[in-house]
Design a protein. Structure first.
Length: 205
């Protein structure tokens, strides 16, 4: 695990850490250039720490909180690692066109996440589409936007702005390179609509 990167992610989210919380294992776990496992692990660690504090206030002794990056990453694609009666689970929102990756006018990609009706409604209004639009319609609308502009517009309509942290080499600056940033709030309250490079093999294929 790149401890310095995990620390940077935590600090960008306003968390300086807790000696009773341990994050272990390594990233990358999933085939993506983004530190999905690290971000998810920090989010789960913060949630676990909050739960432990509540338990202490109630007179309990919760003990330490331990999170592995591999397990945290797997939790973001839970459908892919679980089965019901021996059958692989379908991807959540597999038939929802408002949840997916779309190419923007500048060639970059954005991951829209309208998995809940209110989110889909706001995305549809932003893009000037009916909420029952299909993937081709959404793709056509997204293709008229530059990624930076659309990302900011989505953050505004979904009220999901959060701090960004660089994922490049240690000490490198992300100023002016917003495509190389990831929101630390994505795994705690929602997935931030962020640009991604499509992996060689789609995880939902």
């Amino acid at each position: 695990m790149d401890a310095s990167r995990v620390q940077a992610i935590a600090e960008a989210g306003g968390w300086s850490g807790d000696e009773r919380i341990e994050i272990t294992a390594v990233d990358p776990v999933l085939p993506t250039p983004r530190p999905v496992g690290d971000v998810a692990a920090v989010a789960l660690a913060r949630a676990g720490g909050a739960a432990a504090r509540l338990a202490e206030r109630a007179g309990g002794d919760p003990g330490p909180t331990r999170v592995t990056v591999a397990d945290a990453a797997a939790a973001t694609v839970g459908f892919a690692v679980m089965s019901v009666d021996g059958e692989t689970m379908a991807r959540t929102n597999a038939d929802n066109a408002w949840v997916g990756r779309y190419r923007c006018a500048d060639g970059r990609w954005i991951h829209l996440h309208g998995g809940f009706p209110p989110l889909a409604d706001r995305l549809a209004e932003l893009l000037g589409l009916p909420v029952d639009a299909d993937g081709s319609g959404i793709s056509a609308a997204v293709s008229t936007w530059n990624s930076d502009v659309l990302e900011d517009a989505v953050a505004d309509v979904l009220h999901v702005r959060g701090p960004n942290v660089p994922i490049g080499p240690a000490g490198s600056s992300s100023r002016g390179r917003r495509a190389d940033c990831v929101s630390t709030r994505s795994a705690t309250t929602r997935r931030r609509c962020c640009r991604v490079r499509p992996p060689t093999t789609r995880p939902d294929s």
